[in-house]
Ligand binder design. Structure first.
Ligand SMILES: Cc1cc2nc3c(=O)[nH]c(=O)nc-3n(C[C@H](O)[C@H](O)[C@H](O)COP(=O)(O)OP(=O)(O)OC[C@H]3O[C@@H](n4cnc5c(N)ncnc54)[C@H](O)[C@@H]3O)c2cc1C
Length: 497
């Protein structure tokens, strides 16, 4: 057994953990970093990310104005940090700065016009340009189904995530005050004098503070202790993405608006000439980090991309298939700062915007460590009240319409009558089915209690199918809930995903 004593230990080596470690080192602290090399960590969200830096195009029409203001405001704060952050990283890593690719096109069908308008409103409110074009004006691309409108967002860039992670890795590794333990943390013990972390390879680290940046791995690391620390559930949104070699080149990101329970289809240029195609999003209650993508996930990506972005993508060469688990929590805002024990801090739950938010998240957690209390009024503070939403909160017309879209035309918003009629049927029947005193109602309620978020809705229908196709439905085979607010979801078997 070997041991280290440092000011701060950061657990997790995705973009958030690496960014936090880099910033803490810059504040003159000694830092231990626990986790595998970022490009060699199965299931890591960061390595699978498209790395669009999207303050506006993540907005959708169903969001309330105050929520848009909050989210866009924080995303813009982080985007504004990017140029100096990348320059500082390049210096520390002794490498050229990670280049940014300019601009994003958001392409939309008639059914998505409201989202396009909401995105344009958000950009204009922040005094950023958003130009409406005809759908056929986009970089010469020809999808199977032509977009009817396209929004050009010149101030939304993207970057090559592989390049960013390598630069972050070099910046941290080169620092004299950094110790990188390329293992996995297995326990966090709080003593009177120090916090002690044990690693799978036998290394022990004693420190004054711990920053948990292990994303979807946090519930497994803490187990039942997460409840004592007042940590809300950290859920996992499984995402699959592809890296392609294709002559269909575009210098800009091209994406659709967010679709129900997924983040739209997007093509992102990468520094090495390949193209990134993303991404699926599926709530997964028991993430298996080494689980490969399914053919269905890959087929959905290819089908959506050829339909709405460029039909010739079907002939692209598939270089890599990536799977990552996006960490998020019940209110879909990140978690930064102290838990019930001020020595244990969270820096996670960045969901679909973690690459964009990395510099901001790193600043926030470093501010809290160097000046305790500085996050007391921040909307991301980890100890904010987070009541679990009720069924009525979640079964909104927008969510049910999203579920109907998901069933009739996955990946897009449908404009046809089938989705409307299905949404009406779900609104009339789902609340009763969910609360019925029968095996199906009980199983659905248990699942809902574990993860009360809108992303669960497709899983509820999968559960119906599973129970209906069993010879002898029995509630005893449904796992009991591991969470009722504020208990965490931990890595138990999930019935539906
Ligand atoms: C397909 C996909 C596309 C995305 N696209 C974008 C995008 O375009 N723009 C954007 O801004 N964001 C995007 N995101 C979201 C973004 O990737 C995440 O929000 C962000 O990467 C989360 O970073 P993280 O470091 O918190 O988690 P992760 O990247 O998952 O890193 C957590 C790390 O912790 C490690 N770990 C887990 N348990 C332990 C333990 N016990 N001990 C030590 N280490 C541990 C894991 O191995 C992992 O390496 C996307 C995500 C996905 C999956």
């Amino acid at each position: 057994m070997t041991g280290h004593t440092v000011d701060v230990t950061v657990v997790g080596t995705g973009v958030i953990g690496l960014a936090a470690a880099h910033t803490l080192l810059g504040r003159g602290l000694t830092v231990a970093l626990i986790g595998p090399s970022p490009m060699a960590a199965p299931g890591q969200a960061s390595a699978a990310a498209g790395a669009m830096l999207s303050p506006f195009s993540e907005v959708d029409a169903a969001q309330a104005a105050e929520r848009v203001e909050l989210e866009v405001g924080q995303r813009l704060r982080s985007l504004a940090r990017y140029p100096s952050w990348l320059a500082g990283l390049a210096d520390a890593a002794a490498q050229p700065p990670v280049p940014l690719a300019e601009g994003t096109w958001v392409v939309a069908t008639d059914a998505e016009r409201a989202d396009l308008a909401a995105i344009a409103r958000a950009a204009h409110s922040a005094s950023h340009p958003a130009e409406l074009h005809h759908g056929t004006d986009v970089d010469g691309l020809r999808p199977e189904t032509a977009a009817t409108a396209a929004l050009w967002l010149p101030t939304e860039p993207s970057l090559d995530i592989t390049c960013l992670l390598r630069t972050l890795e070099a910046a941290v590794t080169r620092h004299r005050a950094a110790r990188w333990i390329r293992s996995t943390a297995t326990s966090v013990q709080v003593g009177r004098a120090a916090v002690r972390l044990r690693c799978a390879d036998g290394v022990v680290v004693d420190c004054g503070r711990v920053v948990l940046a292990a994303g979807a791995g946090i519930p497994v690391l803490l187990g039942e202790r997460a409840r004592d620390l007042g940590i809300p559930p950290v859920l996992a949104g499984r995402g699959v993405s592809l890296v392609l070699d294709t002559p269909v080149a575009t210098p800009h990101t091209i994406r659709t608006p967010n679709a129900a329970f997924a983040c739209g289809t997007h093509l992102v240029p990468r520094g090495d000439g390949t193209v990134y195609l993303g991404a699926t999003n599926r709530l997964t209650l028991a993430p298996r980090l080494d689980a490969a993508a399914t053919l269905d996930e890959v087929a959905v990506l290819i089908g959506d991309a050829t339909r709405v972005i460029e039909h010739r993508l079907a002939a692209a060469e598939l270089r890599r298939v990536q799977v990552g688990y996006r960490p998020y929590t019940l209110d879909h805002l990140p978690l930064a700062g102290p838990t019930a024990d001020p020595r244990i801090l969270l820096c996670t739950a960045t969901y679909r915007s973690g690459v964009l938010l990395a510099p901001l998240m790193a600043d926030l957690v470093a501010d809290e460590i160097t000046e305790p209390g500085s996050l007391a009024c921040h909307p991301y503070r980890a100890d904010r009240p987070m009541p679990a939403p009720t069924l009525t909160d979640l079964l909104t017309p927008a969510a049910l319409r999203g579920l109907a879209d998901h069933l009739t035309a996955p990946g897009t918003r449908s404009s046809g009558p089938a989705a409307r009629q299905l949404a009406a049927l779900l609104a009339a029947t789902l609340p009763a089915a969910l609360t019925a005193d029968d095996p199906l109602g009980t199983a659905m309620t248990r699942l809902f209690t574990r993860a009360p978020v809108a992303e669960l809705l497709p899983s509820l229908l999968t559960l119906v199918e599973r129970l209906e196709t069993r010879p002898c439905p029995s509630t005893t085979s449904i796992p009991t809930p591991r969470y009722s607010s504020p208990r965490p979801v931990s890595g138990a078997a999930a019935p539906a995903t």
